[in-house]
Design a protein around this ligand. Structure first.
Ligand code: WTA
Length: 652
């Protein structure tokens, strides 16, 4: 690592800082900034107070304990995630309240709506079915489901009986499914026949069958969603509608220890082999509950829509557990944002009177490209809070979201966190602010974060460095990697030792303590001795009016060591030209300096992306270096790779 990061691009302009209005403050759970200093002075006391708001079968004895590479929260406490998501609301008389609204992709199909009571009963039935199949506490259950209510029901049912769900994104290839099922040794898989995507039926069962070949999966529960004619293997496969409805709608929740495993979720590291991130029950429950409540201002009348897929941590924490633990209504959409047209998301907000909308910057940029006229057709006045997650948001997309979706009325909560942190960690609180384009905000109350240089020293305000989390570690921080304790230590504590969790993100903090994430530091370049984040060059290029999206990777250079190379997607109305290339280079000169000038600019139609919308720079890097490209089956758009090969003259 190299300590000489210099962030030379300007800080967001003061006139683009927004502060909460009186109405926002009034609705907010916290509006006094004192909460920060108070909670950071004693995080354990802070989290204990938060933990009192959820339901425990038995209260914890010790709130926090730490030794090197091992930290535990709420030791001795007993609880259940499903009980906290469902039973406690039914017991409080809210059984008839709508818990889940499901919006299918085909517009001629009705919504499926579950009250808290109905959801609890369905979860309990599936939980009983799993017991009938021999699943016990601690067993792993694979979930390979599309965006249908059964995905939430399955996660809830598995944790209800103390088993461990591991959700695999439904568009992942059979190979990806197999890797994960083998690694966690799942006994049962819950899947579906198929699902709708962009007006087409996708056969999922076929992939599931291929994916579990050679694994320890003994039984498969298949949800009938698509009505596809699928093969059922006798003795192994059972239809959901044949095994679940006949079960009792009552299933007592397992009393889980706070540090019992809640779920495993695989995420990619720099090596390509997915890591099984382990989350435990108590700390995860408390932080997900609290961040959902405070960051999105959740009250009884909220309709919360998180557009992430259930296969990602965002779907786990903010479609399922976060909103349900808070007793609000969660919305789940099956399909694509451009089906039947570019207005689908806005039509859905209008239809269900969504109050909180939580999405990814990449999606926002797509909407910017599609044009203002689409949101303008719909009544979005029900919205109160907007959120973003997953990557740094550029200023233009932020301002567009604020104006065209939020009507200038809704705070944008730019939540920084990771699969590993389980829940939001850095953002601005809706009743406190400030909401600054491209800046996430302050660490959540009770979470201590710092920006360090490579040697482990804090950097001065305004300077770039590495984001770390400090003890007491956030309650929902991962407890380990499944089956690989050494990798856990090396990946997260290798650089700075056990006293700092290293996030692998570059960041800088202003004097007020607001943190701007500059991107993963596993994607940094060293250009003529200057350390430069690819994200920084991207940010500069995206300031040009013509640019809709941009990805920058580095290419080795004889003289400079490395040079940036840019892949640029143009907005409608712009055409590629040498003139435009010159202008873009000028933009980089202006925002960063000539050292950051891309050595090549490729105008392309698309760049490879994961299903969650992250640009796969690894593939772009391989393309410009003529290196093997590797597996592209997990991409959302593998077809774009051919076009890119031509553009860069890839020789393989
Ligand atoms: C990035 C997604 C900037 C970051 C919840 C992190 C962000 C990685 C933000 C984790 C944000 C997430 N601003 N960057 N608000 N949120 N990231 O595990 O680089 O899919 O390390 O978790 O996404 O991605 P993951």
């Amino acid at each position: 690592m190299n300590a000489n990061i210099k962030w030379v691009e300007p800080a967001p302009k003061r006139e683009n800082w927004f502060w909460p209005t009186d109405a926002m403050k009034e609705r907010a759970w916290v509006s006094d900034p004192k909460i920060y200093e108070e909670s950071w002075a004693d995080p354990v006391a802070f989290w204990e107070k938060r933990a009192e708001e959820i339901s425990w079968f038995k209260k914890w004895e010790v709130a926090y304990e730490e030794e090197p590479y091992k930290y535990r929260w709420f030791i001795g406490g007993k609880l259940n995630l499903s009980y906290n998501s469902l039973d406690r609301h039914v017991e409080a008389g809210k059984g008839d309240k709508v818990a889940l609204i499901w919006e299918p992709e085909p517009t001629d199909e009705p919504n499926r709506i579950f009250t808290y009571k109905e959801l609890l009963e369905e979860v309990s039935r599936l939980a009983n079915a799993l017991k009938e199949l021999g699943i016990k506490k601690g067993d792993r259950v694979g979930i390979y489901l599309p965006m249908i209510p059964e995905a939430v029901i399955a996660m809830q049912a598995v944790v209800r009986i103390g088993a461990v769900p591991s959700v695999v994104f439904s568009a992942f290839s059979p190979e990806s499914l197999r890797d994960r099922m083998l690694d966690c040794e799942a006994k049962v898989l819950i899947t579906a026949d198929g699902y709708w995507r962009r007006g087409k039926l996708i056969n999922l069962k076929r992939n599931a069958d291929k994916g579990i070949e050679g694994t320890k999966v003994e039984k498969v529960i298949v949800v009938k969603r698509a009505g596809l004619d699928v093969e059922m293997m006798p003795g192994r496969d059972v239809w959901y509608h044949e095994i679940v409805p006949k079960q009792s709608p009552e299933c007592p929740p397992e009393e889980m220890d706070a540090e019992d495993l809640a779920f495993i979720l695989y995420t990619s590291g720099t090596t390509g082999k997915p890591k099984g991130v382990m989350h435990t029950t108590g700390g995860y429950a408390v932080q997900v509950y609290t961040t959902a409540k405070w960051n999105f201002n959740l009250h009884d009348d909220d309709i919360f829509w998180c557009t992430a897929d259930v296969g990602w941590i965002t779907g786990h924490s903010y479609i399922n557990y976060g909103p349900l633990m808070n007793g609000v209504t969660t919305v789940m959409y099956e399909g694509a944002p451009d089906t039947p047209d570019y207005g689908r998301m806005w039509a859905t907000i209008q239809k269900h009177k969504v109050t909180v909308y939580y999405t990814a910057p990449t999606a926002i940029r797509m909407h910017v490209k599609w044009g203002d006229e689409w949101p303008a057709k719909y009544d979005l006045s029900s919205l109160r809070v907007l959120g973003t997650v997953g990557e740094p948001i550029n200023e233009e997309a932020w301002l567009w979201y604020f104006k065209h979706i939020g009507g200038g009325r809704c705070p944008i909560i730019d939540t920084w966190w990771q699969t590993e942190t389980g829940a939001n960690c850095v953002e601005a609180l809706p009743g406190i602010g400030p909401f600054i384009p491209t800046v996430a905000g302050r660490p959540f109350p009770g979470i201590r974060a710092k920006i360090l240089d490579a040697g482990g020293q804090p950097v001065p305000a305004g300077e770039g460095g590495y984001l770390v989390l400090e003890p007491p570690f956030p309650p929902s921080l991962l407890r380990g990697l499944w089956g690989d304790p050494e990798k856990f230590k090396a990946t997260y504590f290798g650089e700075y030792g056990p006293k700092y969790y290293f996030t692998k993100d570059g960041a800088r903090m202003d004097e007020m303590g607001n943190i701007r994430i500059t991107g993963r530091v596993d994607d940094v370049m060293n250009v003529a001795g200057h350390r430069l984040a690819t994200a920084e060059v991207e940010d500069a290029l995206s300031q040009h009016d013509a640019v809709s999206e941009v990805a920058v990777v580095s290419r080795p250079d004889e003289v400079k060591g490395e040079v940036p190379v840019a892949f640029v997607l143009l907005k409608a109305g712009y055409t590629p030209s040498d003139e435009l290339k010159k202008e873009l280079i000028k933009t980089v000169d202006v925002h960063i300096g000539p050292t950051a000038r891309p050595a090549a600019i490729y105008f392309v139609e698309d760049v490879p992306k994961t299903r969650s919308g992250k640009i796969m720079r690894r593939i772009l890097k391989a393309l410009v270096r003529n290196e093997p490209i590797g597996d592209i089956t997990t991409l959302r758009n593998p077809e774009c790779v051919e076009e890119l090969k031509k553009a860069v003259g890839y020789k393989g």
